[in-house]
Write a protein that binds this ligand. Structure first.
Ligand SMILES: Cc1cc2nc3c(=O)[nH]c(=O)nc-3n(C[C@H](O)[C@H](O)[C@H](O)COP(=O)(O)OP(=O)(O)OC[C@H]3O[C@@H](n4cnc5c(N)ncnc54)[C@H](O)[C@@H]3O)c2cc1C
Length: 342
């Protein structure tokens, strides 16, 4: 049966329930895309606007009170096993699927790889934007390719991992030059031979009394329980997860010595650089649990900023800037903001 193409008529929309920080934001022109057949009309519509924004689950975005331009919410659904080879599987997932549901679905199907990325909110289509990562695993470890829609030219674009230029919480999609690409689906490459990744300190601690390697589902549940203890649930307290990236620096180049700051948690990267726990820097500057107006620093995890009720984007940015200034002054390290600020 051929389904009828849903029309794209922009409307005004309050986005408060569409962003996990719970910011009150009015989109002047809001449309949802849920069918591939709508894409040509979408490009035509987009050509009328000078600014285009794309929204998934709103869990990594700080929205202004009034959002001009066209806002496209992606609601494409579907999962497809593309190839089932002796050593691996290639699976295609539509952009509007919820990331955590996919991880749970794969884990309980016995398809390993993504379990350390459980409970990350948001959609599959947004996962490549900042190369989501947690507990020693990043999307790029299992990424195969993606298909995007070029809103400007009105054509499909296929991109492999090297085209996406993945890095720590970064990809080519964060550049203005690529903001006209709407990701339609992501293909993952999951190997059938699996070894758990338990290198991260919290996971090591969780399984320290296990004499054998934990099972796939046990790791999934461990990650969920570790995250629940550390991070606020956006359904209860508005937040976008970690607000700052952990700085990755070259100690010699930046002339930083940990003899001077022995209590700062850091660990060496494979490339010789050093990753510093930003939460630790924020805490040492005395920000844990403090607030400014309606925005606070979460008391159980100082990397997270929270909405104490009725917060505005301006207040979020002001608090973030105060933290950045204090950390730079004390340690000479600049903390980069992780979510997308519009
Ligand atoms: C409690 C909590 C915990 C979190 N933990 C983690 C974590 O451990 N690791 C981690 O990496 N992140 C984490 N995050 C951040 C967030 O979950 C991820 O960045 C997620 O991928 C965002 O998905 P989204 O659909 O909500 O994206 P949105 O917030 O809607 O959008 C984010 C960006 O992606 C763009 N975008 C969205 N969909 C598309 C698309 N289809 N095509 C093109 N561009 C698109 C948007 O324009 C925007 O620039 C956390 C957030 C919260 C609230």
């Amino acid at each position: 049966m051929i389904s009828e193409e849903k029309s794209l008529i922009p409307c005004k929309k309050n986005l408060q329930i569409f962003n996990t920080f719970g910011l009150h934001s009015i989109a002047q022109n809001f449309v949802t895309v849920s069918q591939i057949s709508q894409l040509s009309s979408l490009s035509e519509l987009a050509s009328n606007y000078s600014r285009i924004h794309i929204l998934g689950g709103g869990s990594n975005i700080i929205l202004p009170e009034i959002l001009d331009g066209l806002l496209i919410k992606v609601e494409l659904l579907g999962i497809n096993l593309i190839e089932n080879r002796p050593k691996n599987r290639i699976i295609e997932i539509a952009a509007g699927e919820l990331w955590h549901n996919i991880v749970a679905n794969f884990t309980f199907n016995g398809w390993a790889g993504l379990e350390n990325l459980a409970l990350i909110p948001g959609t599959v289509g947004a996962a490549p934007i900042q190369n989501i990562g947690a507990y020693g695993v990043e999307l790029s470890d299992y990424f195969h390719s993606l298909i995007a829609w070029d809103l400007k030219s009105g054509s499909m674009v296929h991109m492999d991992a090297s085209d996406c230029q993945f890095d720590y919480r970064d990809s080519i999609f964060k550049k203005k030059t690529h903001s006209h690409l709407l990701i339609l689906s992501v293909r993952l490459n999951l190997p059938k031979c699996w070894k758990p990744n338990l290198e991260y300190p919290d996971l090591k601690k969780f399984f320290k009394f296990s004499s054998t390697d934990p099972k796939l589902e046990e790791i999934f549940y461990a990650i969920c329980s570790i995250r629940k203890a550390k991070l606020p649930d956006p359904n209860i307290i508005g937040n976008v997860g970690c607000f700052f990236k952990n700085p990755v620096i070259n100690l010699e180049k930046q002339n930083i010595s940990f003899q001077e700051f022995p209590d700062i948690i850091h660990y060496k990267q494979r490339d010789g650089r050093c990753k510093i726990f930003a939460g630790c820097l924020i805490e040492k500057c005395g920000w844990r649990g403090r607030s400014k107006g309606s925005v606070g620093v979460y008391k159980h995890q100082p990397l997270v900023l929270v909405n104490l009720g009725g917060a505005k984007a301006k207040e979020v940015i002001q608090l973030a800037q105060s933290i950045q200034q204090d950390v730079t002054k004390k340690y000479g390290i600049f903390l980069e903001i992780e979510p997308v600020i519009i």
